[in-house]
Design a protein around this ligand. Structure first.
Ligand code: SF4
Length: 234
């Protein structure tokens, strides 16, 4: 049997000490989560179209992956560390923190960690935690990851800024990329968003672009609902 200690007992309080702390954690929790699941997020735009539609539909059958609250707090701490570091750089002026980057025409919504001014040019900033030194080495040798570059190109377009700074951080070292505006990526994402909006408005789900054993499907929180009653195939 679980024994509960009632808040009416004098030494167990939800008072001016615990409540503001509780609310602060709530604030932290919600600002680190997507504001709405009914938008497409630049960080997810390279994913399977079917997965994106499940997400905007708010499909309740998704599988729980990871500890959301713990992850959100970690992400927020990580982001704040980078904002604090940038504020210490003499030639950088931090103009905005957690800036909203959105476009209602294409149902895109997200936030960048910061918008900064470097010697008169304005940049969107996104810091990304890497898995370790091996991954960092690969990034240094091969360049930034495609999905992050696409994400940043979208932020540059959405915020109408001069460029973007992509920061990879492994806890031990960091590596930065300057991303410049690139129209072909924006145009292809606009095309994808238009098609996704058509599916959404028609109440339809795109076909599966993968086979069930594909890596994309094994990493997908909708794999149960997507492949329910389906055998291997499309
Ligand atoms: S399980 Fe695979 S096909 Fe289905 S939504 Fe997820 S990634 Fe797309």
């Amino acid at each position: 049997m679980v024994i509960m200690v009632s808040p009416e007992i004098k030494f167990v309080c939800r008072d001016e000490v615990s409540k503001p702390l509780e609310e602060s954690i709530n604030d932290l929790r919600y600002c680190a989560l997507p504001v709405t699941d009914s938008s497409f997020h630049p960080s997810q735009i390279t994913e399977c179209p079917r997965r994106l539609i499940y997400r905007v539909n708010g499909d309740a059958d998704k599988m729980h992956i990871g500890d959301g609250l713990y992850q959100s707090i970690q992400d927020e701490t990580f982001k704040n560390k980078w904002i604090a570091l940038l504020e210490k750089v003499k030639f950088v002026k931090v103009l905005h923190k957690n800036a909203i980057a959105s476009d209602c025409n294409y149902n895109l919504f997200s936030k960048v960690d910061a918008v900064i001014n470097i010697k008169g040019d304005i940049f969107a900033v996104k810091a990304i935690k890497t898995c370790g030194l091996d991954e960092m080495e690969e990034i240094r040798n091969k360049g930034a990851m495609k999905k992050h570059v696409i994400e940043m190109v979208l932020y540059i377009w959405l915020l109408e800024v001069d460029g973007g700074i992509l920061i990879y951080d492994s806890d031990y070292e960091h590596c930065m990329f300057h991303i410049k505006p690139y129209k072909p990526i924006v145009e292809s994402v606009i095309e994808k968003c238009r098609k996704l909006c058509d599916f959404k408005l028609a109440g339809q789900i795109p076909n599966r672009p993968y086979k069930s054993k594909a890596k994309e499907c094994s990493d997908c929180e909708y794999r149960c609902v997507c492949w329910e009653n389906k055998k291997e195939g499309r």
